[in-house]
Write a protein that binds this ligand. Structure first.
Ligand code: SAM
Length: 244
């Protein structure tokens, strides 16, 4: 993520100011990274079988996967290595990944094809819009959000994806008893997640201590978690269940 200052330049016209005000707050800055040949090939060749487009109506997950099965949805999978690892380890489960970074989507698809898995579908789109528009209510067993962009500066905290309104939408997409699993290596974001989730109606914290849970050993190490380790950061996992 870029740490660029989002402040309006002093010489901006009134029109630009209004345009900026109308623009939605997003949790990401789209980086136009160059695609490798492998990523490009995967995106072109395998999109028909593995890619899902943003649409205004809900998908039928049974139709998408050709079966009824537990479904895990991951937001912001980065390059997708840990998502492919999880999908490979659980062929009986359906996995949906959402990521805006095109090279990451290409890399994930290439890895999935190499692993020979058929239980993964991906969106290249804003997860907030996908949840709102294309995912049916009461359909997900797990939503995972691993190492989301922390937006360190206080004036950027509104860009953090974990906000009351967002977790309200997400709760409706979970089945009753389904879980929202978050992990971060940024303590201030962990505290923010806890605060938002405690204020959100209809969730219960699965933590015995009413805050964080021990790192589950089945959660694969992600690229950003690895980076956090190198920087000497701690890791906080939070798992909240949909109660109502
Ligand atoms: C810090 S990276 C972490 C990637 C991966 N989960 C990991 O742990 O290695 C956060 C990722 O979330 C993606 N992202 C942020 N907001 C998103 C959104 N609203 N929809 C989809 N992807 C998003 C970014 O593009 C980025 O790749």
């Amino acid at each position: 993520m870029s740490e660029q200052d989002q402040n309006q330049a002093p010489e901006a016209s009134q029109e630009q100011v209004e345009d900026k005000r109308l623009r939605k707050i997003r949790s990401f800055v789209k980086r136009e990274g160059r695609l490798t040949k492998r990523q490009e090939k995967a995106l072109t060749e395998f999109w028909p079988q593995m890619g899902l487009d943003h649409q205004a109506n809900n998908y039928s997950l049974a139709e998408v996967f050709g079966r009824e099965a537990k479904t895990v949805l991951e937001i912001g999978f980065g390059m997708g290595a840990s998502l492919v690892e999880m999908a490979t380890a659980a062929p009986e489960t359906n996995f949906i990944g959402i990521e805006v970074h095109r090279p990451g989507v290409g890399a994930c698809m290439a890895d999935a094809v190499e692993a020979g898995i058929t239980n993964l579908r991906v969106f290249e789109h804003d997860a907030v819009e996908i949840l709102n528009d294309s995912i049916p209510d009461n359909s997900l067993d797990t939503v995972q959000l691993f190492f989301p962009d922390p937006w360190h500066k206080a004036r950027h905290h509104k860009r953090r994806i974990v906000q009351l309104e967002f977790v309200e939408v997400l709760r409706k997409k979970l089945k009753i008893g389904g879980v929202f699993h978050m992990a971060t290596d940024w303590e201030n974001y962990a505290e923010h997640m806890l605060e938002v989730m405690q204020a959100a109606p209809g969730y219960s914290n699965t933590s015995e201590t009413n805050d964080y849970v021990p790192r589950p050993e089945w959660r694969p190490l992600t690229k950003f978690e690895n980076r956090g380790h190198r920087l000497g950061h701690g890791v906080w996992d939070l798992i909240f269940a949909r109660e109502s």
